[in-house]
Ligand binder design. Structure first.
Ligand code: FES
Ligand code: MG
Length: 596
């Protein structure tokens, strides 16, 4: 707990509802809430006013059940003496939003900052689920710094095909190959994929949604054990009630996001992410939340703290199970219990229930060691990311644990060095170019080709496209080559397990070296040195750069909307969290800039 405490006359909402200096404003605020049947006593009786940031809607089905869960949150808030006010978040739906849901993370962030700052809220419950809803909410909470707690909607129930588990997202990557190979038709393809989504909830794999909600819990921003309760389970309603009750106490304790979102908490999140086999989108979002909380976190931290951590969660795409088994085995607390026992976590950090992490984890060891493994008996060693550098970019992430023996044999460049690989590249400018040309025999793609995707970063494809995990040409798939290594300045779906080098920054569109690559160039990937190098001499590379500059730089499609243009002007590279330039300067906004 913090040693701060506030009294009813220190509630932030008093400025709006009980402000003798501004009687007109006060009256206007009161009359327009009383006309909803809210009593004067509720507004002015010294009760905390609690926002419920509603991220569910018909457009965001992954979070849609929050519309019902919010009723239990309200019950909890009222029981603890608070007054609930529900309001919408800008919708963000990963599967449907074009050009990409990532474009909306910063937009939802900006909108939420304005709401939390500009309305009479003493605390807020952040309802989260689908990929970017969680980071958007946490970034805003960190910026405004009023008491805030995360309530995830939880994953869907397991998907099944007969007795076989079907994981959301992951099944798409598998079935796309079957469709390309001609093993199934479109009707079968559709039916196999819809099997993965049997109930309300977000993706049931350890994709970006499960990862980011687990990150919220690992950071200490949601109640222990709550992140991965499946959406339809009764415990979801119970924890919604408990979350509502808890935020009211957090207001009285003046327990704010920046008390929880410390450097140590972010280090815990990195370590936990590796043990979960978390999404490659996590470093982007977690770095963004950190920067808004005033903690400088970068991809070197991810490599230093996370790379050697073993994989403990046996959940797709890295493992075999789905959200239901993971929850039954003990969920995020059981994973963190193992990590704490191995001395990998800071146990003293404060969490939203007012207790240190280590207290929360006491006695919560794994209940099923097949689903959540012991630290000493992991599924994979070194499950985290390497932060690769070289003459084409300053930072790109690779999960080395997914490199197969087959890949090692095909790309090994030197029999004496097991960590150095070489291959020639085929280069694509965005996903349309890839789809148009991947099967063109003139490209000469064979089993030793590295596929490169550029023009897919936050500027090139506004928001950054999840397109780096490319599949080989159909002819190669039919010949049994199911995957080729991929490299790109875009992102990869968290539900994909491909061995890719992702999130290369700076991106081609902002002067990054990928813009200089040509088909047939040779790349050397040296994991021992943490490097990717284009094998041409510096003079040739410089000549290519000057030629590109004379041509006006790397071209990308025009803006389609005002926000695409604004975001492109302000967005920072993926390794810096894709935040908006200047926005991370604003911190602790509620205290530093009181209402006026
Ligand atoms: Fe929304 Fe996966 S598409 S959680
Ligand atoms: Mg995704």
């Amino acid at each position: 707990m913090t040693d701060r405490k506030i009294t009813p006359d220190q509630l932030r909402s008093r400025w709006w509802f009980d402000n003798p200096d501004h009687p007109g404003t006060t009256a206007l605020c009161i009359e327009r809430y009383m006309n909803q049947g809210i009593t004067l006593e509720e507004l002015t009786g010294g009760r905390p006013i609690i926002g419920i940031c509603q991220s569910g809607s018909d457009l965001t089905p992954c979070n849609r059940h929050h519309v019902d869960l919010a009723q239990r949150v309200k019950d909890g808030i009222r029981a603890a003496g608070g007054v609930p006010f529900e309001f919408p978040m800008h919708p963000i739906h990963e599967n449907v939003r074009r050009p990409t849901a990532a474009l909306d993370r910063n937009l939802a962030y900006l909108g939420l900052v304005e709401v939390l700052h500009g309305y009479p809220l003493d605390g807020v419950v952040l309802t989260t689920g689908c990929d970017k809803t969680t980071p958007a909410a946490l970034m805003a909470a960190a910026t405004v710094n009023i008491p805030a707690i995360v309530l995830s909607g939880g994953p869907m129930l397991n998907g099944w095909h007969g007795a076989e588990r079907v994981g959301s997202g992951t099944i798409v990557w598998e079935m796309r190959k079957r469709l390309a190979a001609g093993d199934i038709d479109y009707a079968e393809f559709l039916s196999r994929i819809t099997e993965s989504a049997p109930s309300v909830g977000h993706c049931n794999t350890m994709g970006t949604a499960s990862t980011m909600n687990s990150m919220a819990e690992a950071l200490g921003m949601s109640l222990p054990g709550s992140a991965m309760i499946p959406g339809p389970y009764k415990e979801r309603g119970l924890v919604a009630y408990a979350t509502g009750a808890r935020i009211v106490d957090m207001v009285w304790e003046d327990l704010r996001p920046c008390d929880v979102l410390t450097r140590e908490a972010f280090e815990n999140a990195i370590v936990t992410c590796s043990a979960l086999g978390g999404s490659s989108n996590a470093p982007i979002h977690v770095n963004a939340i950190a920067r808004h909380a005033g903690v400088e976190l970068d991809n070197d931290d991810w490599q230093r703290l996370g790379h050697e951590i073993p994989l403990l969660a046996n959940v797709m795409p890295a493992g075999a199970f789905l959200g239901e088994e993971f929850h039954r085995a003990g969920g995020v607390p059981a994973v963190m219990h193992e990590l704490l026992g191995a001395g990998r976590l800071h146990g003293e950090v404060l969490t939203v229930n007012g207790r240190p992490l280590a207290d929360n984890l006491e006695g919560l060891e794994t209940r099923d060691t097949e689903v959540i493994r012991r630290y000493g008996d992991p599924l994979v060693e070194h499950a985290g990311f390497l932060n690769l550098k070289g003459n084409l970019f300053d930072s790109a992430l690779m999960k080395t644990s997914v490199i197969s023996t087959d890949f090692r044999e095909r790309f090994l460049s030197d029999p004496d060095d097991p960590d150095a690989f070489e291959g020639k590249v085929a280069v694509f400018d965005g996903s349309e170019d890839y789809h148009a040309r991947i099967d063109d025999p003139a490209l000469g793609i064979d089993e030793r080709t590295i596929l490169v995707m550029r023009g897919a970063g936050p500027v090139g494809h506004p928001g950054g496209a999840e397109v780096v995990n490319m599949q080989p040409p159909e002819a190669l798939i039919r010949a049994g080559v199911e995957s080729l290594p991929c490299l790109g300045d875009g992102r990869q779906s968290g539900t994909s397990g491909s061995p890719s080098i992702l999130n290369a920054a700076p991106e081609a569109a902002t002067g990054g070296g990928l813009a200089l690559l040509e088909d047939g160039d040779r790349l050397r990937i040296d994991l021992g040195r943490g490097e990717v190098r284009l094998l041409i001499d510096d003079a040739e590379l410089e000549a290519r750069r000057q030629k590109l500059e004379r041509q006006g730089g790397y071209r990308y499609p025009d803006h389609q909307t005002p926000w695409q243009e604004i975001q492109r002007t302000l967005v920072e590279p993926l390794d810096r969290g894709m935040t908006l330039e200047g926005a991370t300067r604003y911190r602790d906004v509620a205290r530093r800039s009181p209402p006026r």
